[in-house]
Design a protein around this ligand. Structure first.
Ligand code: GTP
Ligand code: MG
Length: 470
């Protein structure tokens, strides 16, 4: 069942739009044809208030109509269609934010005839009523979920229609070509007019640009993901060296199990954190050692796979023990610019010096003595991580980036494949009617990005992530 199945998307909806809890202000929001009349039943403006007008805040009491009991002193803001978030009549009631107050107001408006909004239904209505496209609706949730300044900037671009503009620019020549193609298919026989030259001319001058622009959009995807989700730092090393203890110190809680038994961590554990405003994903992995235990072997394989995909690697060894053969062989595979070596347990007497480690490593690999237990030298590690992000130039330039997501990426890929097929077909002299099918496929894929064409499943998928009240 899709998210909005059976719901009337033209009735009046209401929801608490602020997080429930004690706070200065809470907001109950209404949208739909009955929003204004319904609120007038339960809102009593203070004497001498100015009359209701668009977006004006009016102070008054919220009352139960039957008993005239005051529930709270509130501001009501009446907004008139179509110049509202949803393009419908809306009211926002600003009350005191307490669980009981908010719930009583919500119950009251539901009793008066509103329906509880579904997740993201206000934004869904903004989309269905044509104020925003689907990528902008997705932008709303990106703004709410943004974990860093950079991801907020990206989300704002999305919200302001940058993806839609890019997709519309791709659709422009496609629509022109399609128009001539269809005219050729429909009329050339009867009229004797040949439109194929028209579309082939437009195709000839625009197809390379189309493919290039699609590639450019898709190339940015990895960077977008990095900005959204953070830089991945994978902690690897032999068993029992303190990898999980380091993860726990990063996240400031006992996230991973720590024991003195080697081989404690068998699966990888991932946690997101912010360091100096930069989002990181820290991944703790199973210790690397030869083992006959199949579970441990899978763990080791996973660790190596994670390491190969990581933005940064923190290779941890136990400084309180002599350097082992396994450790020196790990050192040989270290990638410069991507790896930091941590000599952990430096609160204990060290058996390995930094110089010994360095002499076994490729040049310019930073080494830090560390204690996950006491936190000694922790600041140094943080400094190295942040420095590496900046110097390795993996800190992305988002000023020119179009912030696409996985869904957009897949649809762009589909559109590109269809255009490439068309191009091959054209060279091989494939009939126009089949070429037009390729072009239609590309057009539909691009239109699905902005939601010119949508299905209930897609809407369900997107709006499922929204909170009620947005
Ligand atoms: N003295 C000291 N002990 C530490 C330090 N870091 C970790 N330990 C101890 O070392 C043991 C192993 O720690 P873990 O964090 O579980 O090590 P791990 O690398 O995740 O181990 P596996 O999951 O088995 O690979 C535990 O007894 C920790 O308390 C440290 O900085 N100093
Ligand atoms: Mg562990």
């Amino acid at each position: 069942m899709t998210l909005f199945e059976g719901l009337d998307l033209t009735d009046t909806i209401a929801a608490i739009s602020t997080p429930i809890g004690m706070g200065g202000i809470g907001v109950v929001r209404l949208s739909g044809p009955m929003a204004h009349t319904l609120c007038q039943e339960i809102f009593r403006p203070k004497p001498h208030s100015s009359p209701v007008s668009h977006r004006k805040m009016i102070l008054g009491d919220l009352i139960t109509p039957e008993t005239r009991e005051i529930i709270d002193e509130v501001f009501a803001i009446f907004m008139f269609a179509p110049h509202t978030y949803t393009c419908e009549d809306m009211v926002e009631i600003q009350c005191h934010s307490g669980r009981v107050v908010l719930e009583r107001i919500l119950k009251l408006v539901l009793k008066e005839g509103a329906r509880l909004a579904g997740p993201g239904e206000f934004t869904l209505r903004a989309y269905l009523n044509g104020r925003i496209d689907l990528t902008q609706a997705e932008g709303v949730i990106e703004v709410i979920q943004a974990q860093s300044e950079a991801s907020l900037k990206m989300a704002q671009k999305q919200l302001h229609g940058k993806i839609r503009d890019a997709i519309d620019a791709l659709l422009d020549p496609i629509n022109q070509i399609l128009m001539y193609m269809e005219a050729d298919l429909d009329f050339s026989e009867d009229t004797g007019m040949d439109f194929s030259k028209n579309w082939q001319e437009i195709w000839g001058r625009s197809w390379q640009g189309l493919i290039r622009d699609m590639d450019h959009l898709m190339e940015g995807f990895a960077t977008c993901q990095m900005v959204r989700e953070g830089f991945e730092v994978v902690i690897i090393g032999p068993p029992n060296v303190g990898k999980s203890s380091i993860l726990n110190r990063f996240v400031g809680k006992d996230r991973a199990i720590v024991t003195e038994v080697p081989g404690t961590t068998r699966d990888f554990i991932e946690e997101g954190i912010l360091i100096q405003g930069i989002p990181f994903r820290i991944v703790d992995t199973a210790g690397l050692r030869p083992s006959s235990d199949p579970v441990e072997r899978i763990g080791t394989e996973q660790s190596l796979h994670k390491k190969s995909q990581a933005d940064l690697v923190l290779l941890v060894i136990d400084g309180s023990k002599p350097l082992s053969r396994e450790e020196t062989s790990l050192f040989r595979k270290v990638e410069r610019g991507k790896t930091i070596v941590a000599l952990n347990k430096c609160d204990l007497p060290l058996k390995i010096s930094q110089n010994t480690v360095r002499s076994n490593l490729p040049k310019d690999i930073p080494v830090v003595e560390l204690s996950a237990k006491t936190g000694e030298n922790w600041e140094r590690l943080i400094h190295l991580l942040v420095e590496m992000i900046h110097t390795r130039d993996i800190s992305p330039d988002i000023s020119t980036l179009i912030p696409i997501n996985q869904r957009h990426y897949q649809l762009l890929q589909k559109a590109k494949t269809a255009l490439e097929r068309l191009n091959r077909g054209l060279r091989r002299g494939v009939e126009e009617v089949f070429l037009s099918q390729d072009l239609w496929e590309a057009k539909r894929a691009l239109e699905a990005i902005t939601g010119k064409a949508h299905s209930d499943d897609i809407l369900s998928e997107i709006f499922r992530n929204f909170c009620v009240g947005k």
